[in-house]
Design a protein around this ligand. Structure first.
Ligand SMILES: [Zn+2]
Length: 218
């Protein structure tokens, strides 16, 4: 019997919407990272580090990580192309390297085409990050660059945001504490009938606290 292949006319929607990787000046990049910035500006976001970086949702008026007292730090992103202008990726910037980029943007009106080199003074993830920014015209004409990709969509995909721009991995603590407290109060009232019951309620209280809070290690 002949061997048949199943042909399709076009790739699925999933394959059409490309993924882009965030590259940092880290061990994986041997503490050196270079690229051409494709956007006119940097896209900065406040993130919480909870085992991985997750966006702070305070702008929606409701960020569970803020409520849990997790600090935020600012991270800048820009869509970039590598030196061959073949590979597209998202470059990550820290606040310390921003003055050079802000200065460049002021001078040229746009960051598009800027050739950026990031390097660490020592091969350690926390070593000081240095930046070197070369003007676009010094290396190539801005028209020689690929168009910028949709970095907001790319970051939303990386952060796993839902269609409404919300992070579904945020711990669910927004409304529960009051409801939980009411439940606990009810239990304790009921348990006043006996010592044994009171100790059960105390265990229940502990369970409630533990189950209502998201474990960031997961
Ligand atoms: Zn937050």
């Amino acid at each position: 019997m002949a061997f048949h292949l199943q042909f399709s006319e076009a790739p699925s929607g999933e394959e059409v919407s490309r993924s882009y990787q965030i590259l940092r000046c880290d061990a994986e990049q041997k503490y050196k990272l270079a690229g051409f910035i494709l956007s006119p500006r940097i896209y900065g976001v406040d993130v919480h580090y909870v085992g991985r970086s997750v966006p702070c949702m305070q702008h929606t008026g409701d960020c569970a990580w803020c409520k849990l007292g997790r600090p935020t730090r600012w991270v800048g992103y820009a869509p970039c192309a590598d030196h061959n202008r073949q590979k597209l990726f998202i470059m990550e910037f820290t606040p310390g390297v921003m003055p050079s980029l802000v200065e460049y943007q002021k001078q040229f009106g746009s960051l598009r085409g800027a050739m950026v080199h990031l390097s660490r003074r020592h091969p350690r993830p926390n070593a000081r990050l240095d930046i070197n920014v070369l003007a676009a015209g010094a290396v190539l004409a801005p028209g020689d660059l690929p168009p910028m990709f949709d970095i907001e969509a790319a970051l939303a995909k990386i952060f796993g945001l839902d269609a409404e721009g919300k992070d579904p991995t945020q711990p669910k603590i927004a409304k529960e504490p009051d409801a939980a407290a009411a439940k606990i109060a009810d239990r304790i009232t009921a348990s006043l009938l006996g010592k044994k019951a009171a100790s059960d309620a105390a265990d229940g209280y502990k369970d409630l606290l533990e189950t209502d809070y998201f474990d960031p290690s997961e």
